[in-house]
Write a protein that binds this ligand. Structure first.
Ligand code: ARG
Length: 401
């Protein structure tokens, strides 16, 4: 029986050419799998037909947009996950869900190998292959760009020679990856890290120098998950989409960073994640009133470690799963409403309310009628500083000798 290879297919030039390229190099049949993670653009049926036109024996489309929102974006929101304090893990969280569908398709179509279009320099090759190793330990991996010398020039020549149904003349100088959680743009002109991004780079966000009138929005959460916007019930996917639209129109969620890749390279990336950044901001502010202080402080370090694990391709690892359990436990009381103003590239919270809030007006108020007994503070401070005071006494004693 001819060997079969499942290819993660985007519909673009590289993966379209990869279908025939893999076939010629290995003699295997190629099954193209496109996964909808809310990336928008062309219809998946168009993409499916193109895969068949490029020589795939089967082309399979998985609608994973709700699954991606529920099981990948929501954990990222609960963790307030920002790699290096900036990047909401847009591409990093899409790889594990794509892997899940690739492995499923490999089983269904009797494939022995999974292929992806990543280069040998980035994080995504690691995320794909570590994920595949974990979910399908018997499956082999192959990356035609990395392993079969499929360069851009060769891809264009191959597509033209074979008359593949894909455009080869449209020059996009950037490498782009996008899904409902955000959009990542790199390479080309952006590789000079002093160059400011030009306006044409952006697609999810409007340019904030010409802002429309401020947009006030109320987001309701239940146990850390958005459930309504301005009182209208929403699913997680709808919440992200609606805020992509509204926060995007105000230029919210533009990020320009040089980040530390897993493979040891520093690289410049432009992100736009209007919905994700508005949601993370709102969620964090709701946690500020509903999560107890020590738990909140510890959760911040857990969230940071969680972000690193996910960035580094460890989505399916035991530690990531254990941290998920901790984070989930912290979300028990993260229920309530956050009001924020979207304007001029910013999402600024200006109101919060929650039935499970720890904010106690009577303790906090400076007006008469407060319930806080200020006389307790003196003794507390005495004891709080005791240890450092004893140590400093020793410093003076030893230095004095
Ligand atoms: N640097 C980001 C990451 O590793 C995004 C990579 C996405 N790819 C792209 N072509 N921009 O998660």
């Amino acid at each position: 029986m001819t060997e079969r290879i499942v290819l993660a297919y985007s519909g673009g030039l590289d993966t379209s050419v990869a279908i025939g390229w893999i076939g010629e190099a290995t003699g295997a049949e190629v099954i193209a799998v496109a996964v909808d993670v809310g990336q928008g653009g062309e219809s998946l049926e168009t993409i499916r037909q193109r895969a068949l036109g490029c020589g795939a024996v089967e082309a399979y489309v998985a609608d994973a947009s709700d699954e991606f929102a529920n099981e990948y974006c929501m954990p990222t929101l609960k963790a307030n996950a920002l790699y290096q304090g900036h990047y909401p893990l847009v591409s990093a969280i899409s790889r594990p869900v794509i892997v899940k569908h690739l492995v499923k398709a490999a089983r269904e179509f009797g494939a022995t190998t999974v292929a992806h279009g990543c280069t040998g320099k980035g994080n995504d090759q690691v995320r794909f292959e570590v994920g595949i190793q974990t979910l399908g330990p018997d499956l082999k991996c192959i990356a035609p760009v990395r392993d079969l010398a499929l360069t851009r020039d060769k891809a264009i020549a191959f597509a033209e020679e074979k008359g593949l149904p894909i455009e080869t003349t449209k020059k996009n100088p950037y490498s782009i990856d996008q899904n409902v959680w955000g959009r990542a743009v790199e390479t080309g002109y952006l590789e000079d890290i002093w160059n400011a991004p030009t306006k044409d780079i952006y697609d999810y966000t409007a340019t904030p120098e010409f802002p429309p009138a401020p947009d006030e929005v109320t987001i309701s959460f239940e146990a850390g998950v958005p459930v309504a916007i301005d009182g209208v019930k929403v699913t997680p996917l709808q919440a992200i989409k609606e805020l992509n639209r509204r926060a995007g129109a105000q230029g919210v969620g533009r990020i320009d960073v040089v980040e530390d890749r897993l493979v040891g390279i520093k690289s410049r990336e432009i992100y736009e994640a209007p919905g994700a950044m508005a949601l993370i901001t709102a969620h964090k502010h709701l946690e500020d009133i509903t999560v107890e202080r020590e738990q909140a402080r510890f959760k911040a370090t857990v969230g940071q470690r969680w972000s690193e694990l996910v960035y580094d391709g460890q989505w399916f690892s035991p530690l990531k799963r254990s941290l998920d359990a901790f984070i989930e436990d912290t979300q028990r009381y993260v229920t309530g409403d956050i009001r924020m103003v979207l304007h001029g590239g910013q999402a600024i919270v200006n109101g919060r309310r929650s039935d499970t809030s720890l904010y106690d007006f009577d303790l906090a108020t400076y007006d008469t009628g407060d319930t806080f007994d200020q006389s307790m503070a003196r003794g507390f401070i005495e004891l709080w500083g005791m240890s450092a005071k004893v140590a400093s006494g020793r410093d003076i004693r030893v230095a004095g000798k």
